[in-house]
Design a protein around this ligand. Structure first.
Ligand code: UDX
Length: 440
């Protein structure tokens, strides 16, 4: 099938490369010539395990192409994926200007039937706006060309995006005509494996499904974080509680890990956008999600507060090693990363910090430009040099079984603040550490 993917950000590039890999002819459009140049030269502008090879292989096979040419892109694909950014507005609602601009360009230049697919995470009702924008452009040039609009939200986890695309648990398709449904079935047939994973529904339900999924996951995390804070006060261990409740199949084990708060490009933005949509379009206050967001904002400060409680409100003269900057492991993404709050809180109290992250240090440098009290180390061990204590913010695998003797020898006081509950408290305390984790 001939496919155009508009936007070579995270979702667009992963989707484009995966669709090419299953045999489609894919053209990716981006208006940023610098991005397209990187891609044409065989590089990728983001970090995602396996993506570079996937892009190279499909470019070499002649199935994956890149362009900045809007007209060529509109002519190319029968299926036109819109995968442009929807950055949050000042007030938390998603900004639709790039989505609508993409729709307008399709309407302006299309010459035959198109299936226009919203892949970006967009508020309920966006497909109607996309439809109207295309129809308006067609009317303006007196063209009568049929098209369908489909909502097909992505459920890609950073760090596992290719696997999530290629082996989906479900493919949600919102559409209101048979031809579009037929096209989407044909497109995703190679990913169905042993049973039908496509769930077809009306467009608004599909749009809401995406927000509902992320909001539910964020709710589980905030719920566990709040219980973790309670467990600490009551002398219980949230990890035991997690196993105790996860064994109920109605609850399940996944996504119940207490920690220093959730970050990333999706959960914070989507929870906020859903609250805003409810307010603006339905006059409703979503009480549960408002609390989920507030609880998470507070949770991101918990590590900093533990440090202040242990070392005093004035941290001048104190130096901390910080392991992990990215919002989670296997990504260099610093968007809404908890490390940003932790570092800001430590610096505000007068401390100095040396951070180490396997891949996110370059990104982190953009978040804290010209900050002389924040430095970076080449290794997790080097970060410990001269530190009073160690603070762990991201659950990278390489932090899971460190050399505790080295840590102890290097730290001035053997204190570990663990924002991701990586270790067995009894074991670490048995080695002579003061171990301050989340909810244990
Ligand atoms: C998420 C969704 O999982 C994905 O389906 C959607 O399409 C996009 O948003 P992502 O943002 O890549 O994906 O990260 P995810 O792995 O879901 O983690 C989000 C945040 O929650 C991270 O900061 C992580 O540390 C935190 N988290 C996750 C917890 O604190 N506890 C958990 O149990 C799980």
């Amino acid at each position: 099938m001939k496919i155009t993917v508009i936007g070579t950000g995270y979702v667009g590039l992963v989707s484009g490369a995966c669709l090419a890999d299953i045999g489609n002819d894919v053209l990716c459009l981006d208006l940023d010539p610098a991005k397209i140049q990187i891609l044409e030269e065989g590089g990728i502008p983001i970090f995602e395990p396996g993506l570079q090879d996937l892009v190279r292989r499909n470019v070499a096979a002649g199935r994956l192409h890149f362009t900045t040419d809007v007209v060529r892109a509109a002519h190319f694909g029968t299926v036109q994926f819109i995968a442009v950014g929807t950055p949050p507005d000042e007030d938390g609602s998603a900004d639709m200007k790039y989505v609508i601009a993409a729709a307008r360009n399709i309407g302006k230049h299309m010459t035959d039937y198109k299936v226009v697919v919203d892949k970006s995470t967009v508020p309920v009702g966006t497909a109607d706006r996309v439809k109207a924008a295309i129809a308006q452009e067609l009317a303006q040039r007196g063209a009568n060309i049929p098209f369908s609009v489909v909502s097909n939200p992505e459920f890609l986890k950073e760090g596992a995006a290719i696997e999530d695309f290629m082996r989906p648990d479900r493919i949600v398709v919102g559409c209101d005509d048979e031809q579009a449904a037929h096209n989407m079935r044909a497109l995703y047939a190679p990913l169905q494996r042993n049973h039908d994973r496509m769930i077809v529904m009306d467009i608004r339900s599909a749009e809401l499904t995406k927000y509902a999924a992320n909001a539910m996951l964020a709710t589980r995390i905030s719920f566990m974080n709040e219980l973790a804070n309670l467990a600490e006060k009551l002398g219980a261990d949230i990890e035991h509680v997690r196993r105790g409740i996860g064994s109920d199949p109605r609850i399940g084990y996944d996504f119940l890990y207490a920690g220093a708060g959730y970050g990333g490009s999706c959960f914070p933005k989507d929870v906020q956008a859903l609250v805003k949509t409810a307010q603006d379009d339905a006059g409703m206050c979503l009480k549960v999600l408002t609390a989920v967001e507030a609880a998470n904002d507070a949770q991101k400060r918990v590590l900093g507060q533990k440090v202040l409680a242990r070392f005093g409100a004035d941290l001048s003269g104190k130096h901390f090693a910080l392991w992990g900057l990215a919002f989670k492991a296997n990504t260099d993404d610093m968007r809404k990363a908890t490390s940003r709050e932790v570092i800001a809180d430590l610096l505000a109290a007068g401390a100095t910090v040396t951070a180490y992250d396997p891949v996110a240090m370059a990104e982190a440098k953009h978040c804290f430009p010209n900050e002389p009290r924040l430095t970076y180390a080449d290794s997790q061990s080097a970060a410990l040099d001269g530190a009073d204590a160690l603070i762990i913010v991201t659950e990278w695998r390489e932090f899971r079984s460190p050399d505790f003797d080295t840590i102890k020898a290097k730290l001035k006081t053997p204190v570990i603040f663990d924002g991701r509950n990586l270790y067995d408290p009894a074991q670490v305390r048995g080695m002579g550490f003061e171990y301050l984790a989340i909810g244990r």
